[in-house]
Design a protein around this ligand. Structure first.
Ligand code: SAH
Length: 381
């Protein structure tokens, strides 16, 4: 797909070849039914799920509790390779690892693993490309290629989980504790697959990975009807809203979908989300020098947020190639924080992990990297 024209939005993903069906596309009843279709007893679904999700074993040959012919049948029918690593690059002494994946149809997506002293966060993609066309975001510039399937989303997390379990990330074996849908794509524009992926991550074993929904953040430009729907799923994930401006005039240009759902409509949906889930909403705000970082805009933002169950996450802008915009000065950033804090609005400044490997917020643009991505950087073992 070519670059988007200014202001052009793509809500519906183009129909391309669907990825092959995978075990992780299916819930537990679906897996039992799939076993029946393969002429296998239903309890194999349990065994296979335990291997895949609890033991994190992606090598059917090692599943000694399953007869070898059944292993071969399941592997052939339900375990196609969905993600092939193209390259993997790391920084922060190996604590941040970005992986570029090639999908079955050649589309490229990226995921980032970030290890901290007390947690491991995986930033994953929900679409190849993105149709939201935010001018400061690298992913947005190439347009939308297609939606990812549930399994393509889940497998990004499982790839990180396996790598941690194998001790490939410095700090000893570990587990993924947090997942943020802040990689490529607009998660709520691929609603069904994203919600199903969240269920797969949060369902207790053997159906799912058994993660806490509280550790999962779904970040959105503000697709209002979908925020409302998400509030009804009974999944207490953290909702993050990419606001970036408190006024419609500026937000119309920074987040073009604002022309459809304006600031107050988006925030009303966010407050409805907090009421239903009792979860604090996160407001994302990329600080862009002289564009949205004025103290009066901080005041306007505080007016909108004061007294709400909310937390503001300021993100120093990661300039994208060719962009005229840069990050705010340290002084402007401090002043912005001060205005919000003085008004009693919880605020933090996001760290910029992965910046030097183009793995920080808004830098994921694998589609641009094209085929020459292979061979550059170093492949993880
Ligand atoms: N489509 C989702 C997920 C996008 S990535 C969304 O818009 O929320 C997660 C966050 O990174 C979003 O808040 C996004 O606006 C922000 N972001 C995008 N490009 C950025 C950049 N160049 N610098 C800093 N933050 C950026």
């Amino acid at each position: 797909m070519g670059a988007l024209k200014p202001g052009e939005l793509v809500l519906e993903a183009p129909r391309r070849g669907r990825p092959p069906r995978h075990l992780m596309d299916l819930d537990m009843p679906g897996r039992k039914q799939a076993m029946a279709e393969l002429g296998l007893p239903a309890f194999r679904a349990d065994q296979v799920s335990r291997q895949w999700l609890a033991r994190l074993s992606d090598t059917p040959d090692e599943w000694t509790d399953v007869p070898s012919d059944a292993r071969a049948t399941v592997a052939g029918a339900l375990l196609p390779t969905l993600l092939t690593p193209v390259r993997s690059i790391s920084c922060d002494d190996g604590m941040t690892v970005k992986t570029v994946w090639r999908l079955h149809d050649g589309a490229l997506v990226e995921s980032v693993l970030m290890r901290y002293p007390d947690r491991v966060t995986m930033c994953i993609s929900s679409q190849a490309g993105c149709g939201m066309n935010c001018p400061f975001c690298a992913t947005g510039q190439a347009g939308l290629t297609r939606n990812l399937s549930t399994a393509e989303i889940v497998e990004q997390v499982l790839a990180g989980a396996r790598s941690l379990q194998r001790g490939e990330v410095p700090g000893g074996p570990g587990r993924v504790s947090n997942v943020v849908f802040m990689g490529m794509g607009e998660p709520l524009a691929n609603y069904r697959a994203v919600v199903d992926a969240v269920r797969r991550l949060t369902d207790p074993a053997p159906g799912g990975l058994g993660m806490s929904a509280r550790g999962i953040t779904v970040s959105t430009v503000g697709l209002v009807p979908r925020i409302r729907e998400l509030a009804t799923e009974g999944l207490p994930v953290t909702l993050a809203v990419s606001l970036h401006a408190p006024d419609d005039e500026l937000r119309d240009t920074l987040v073009p979908i604002n022309t459809r759902w304006a600031v107050t409509e988006v925030l009303d949906a966010a407050w409805e989300y907090t009421e239903r889930t009792h979860r604090r909403v996160s407001i994302e705000y990329a600080l862009i020098k002289d564009i949205n970082d004025q103290p009066w805009r901080a005041e306007l933002l505080a007016d909108l947020l004061v007294g709400r169950l909310v937390h503001v996450n300021l993100i120093p802008l990661n300039p994208t190639p060719g962009s005229v915009w840069t990050a705010s000065s340290a002084r402007a950033e401090r002043e912005f924080v001060r205005v919000l804090a003085d008004r009693g609005v919880a605020v933090t400044v996001r760290d910029t992990r992965g910046r030097e490997i183009d793995g920080a917020c808004g830098q994921l643009a694998a589609a641009d990297a094209g085929d020459d991505a292979a061979g550059r950087g170093s492949m993880a073992p």
